[in-house]
Design a protein around this ligand. Structure first.
Ligand SMILES: [Ca+2]
Ligand SMILES: [Ca+2]
Length: 339
């Protein structure tokens, strides 16, 4: 039995017989035992080994003598180690190159982004503004000084039929027709009849004092008589020098008596009494009853004299915007008698 053949225990089960064609046991020649040249080892390592069934007890291999340290298997191991390092070196180089490439690409990409950012940040060149033409300051034109308008003088009231009586007088005082100038048809206009102290509603020469539209007012202290519309209410002061007839629309007609003991001529008296109105033109006036005096330009203020007195008969408009009672005022003047 050869040396390298494994001793089988006596009581070991019989191993199945293995056909030589399928299982071959290669043994090492003596010349190779204890270390051999690498070339020889490579040649012998290809020797097939007999497969041992698992169920059999593991044979104890015969210890192999340690190779001599002076032999060259270490050189072969070193060569294999060097050979095995090559892939790692190549892999390391590849990784290194990839890192370098990545860094280069990263730096290049950063430079590109920076360039883009710098290009975006750079503001476009601002064109120089064209020089503006010299501005000529406007010539200051002084604002026109507003001229205050003089207060408007009240105009006459509406007289629809142009008979001399306003519509207000006809409707409120004399009961005449505002669209019929001659209400009673006696060929005299309504206003003309009132002015001359006639009844405008009766033909012939019926007196207005008998019509009921006017009444006689007598002032015993100041000693005068005057016709006034029946609807006017007299307001007298205590000494009888001033009597005022208020009109519901705001106007009033008044008589003021001034004693003239020295019998000063009327115009002189007027100049002394109203020195501020010395330049005012006063027109001579004579009533239908024969009383003489002077009258203002507006014909709304009249001074009559008689019986040692001077009477101012005034038509004050107050807040009225139109002169509605001019013919009535004229009627009162024509009826005024100092006695
Ligand atoms: Ca009229
Ligand atoms: Ca008439």
């Amino acid at each position: 039995m050869p040396d390298n053949e494994i001793q089988k225990p006596a009581n070991a089960p019989t191993a199945p017989k293995i056909e030589p064609a399928e299982t071959m046991i290669h043994t090492m020649s003596k010349e190779y035992r204890g270390g051999a040249a690498p070339a020889v080892l490579r040649k012998t390592t290809t020797t097939p080994v007999v497969a041992i069934p698992v169920a059999q007890p593991k044979p104890v291999p015969k210890p192999v003598p340690a190779p001599s340290p002076s032999v060259k298997p270490l050189q072969a191991g070193a060569a294999r180690a060097e050979k095995n390092l090559i892939p790692y070196v190549v892999l390391s180089l590849g990784v290194f190159l990839m890192l370098i490439s990545g860094i280069v690409i990263y730096v290049a990409y950063g430079q590109m982004q920076k360039s883009k950012t710098e290009v975006a940040i750079v503001p476009p060149p601002v064109p120089e503004p064209a020089p503006l033409p010299p501005v000529t300051p406007p010539v200051a034109v002084p604002a026109p000084v507003p001229v205050p308008e003089p207060p408007k003088k009240p105009g006459p009231g509406v007289d629809s039929d142009s008979d001399g009586l306003t519509d207000v007088e006809e409707l409120r005082l004399y009961n005449t027709l505002i669209y019929t100038p001659d209400t009673d048809g006696d060929s005299f206009l309504d206003g003309n009849e009132v002015f001359h102290l006639y009844d405008p509603l009766k033909v012939d020469f019926a007196r207005i004092i008998d019509s009921g539209f006017v009444k006689l007012y007598t002032q015993p202290l100041s000693k005068y008589k005057v016709f006034v519309p029946a609807s006017f209410v007299a307001n007298e002061d205590t000494n009888g020098l001033l009597t005022t007839w208020s009109i519901p629309s705001g106007e009033n007609i008044s008589v003021t008596a001034y004693p003239n003991f020295e019998k000063t001529p009327l115009r002189d008296w007027f100049a002394a009494q109203f020195p501020a109105r010395a330049s005012e033109t006063m027109t001579a006036f004579t009533s239908k009853s024969g009383t003489v005096g002077i009258q203002s330009e507006s014909r709304l203020e009249t001074f009559l004299e008689g019986n040692g007195m001077i009477y101012k008969i005034e038509y004050s408009l107050g807040s009225a915007k139109a002169i509605e009672y001019r013919q009535t005022y004229a009627m009162m003047l024509n009826s005024f008698v100092a006695e």
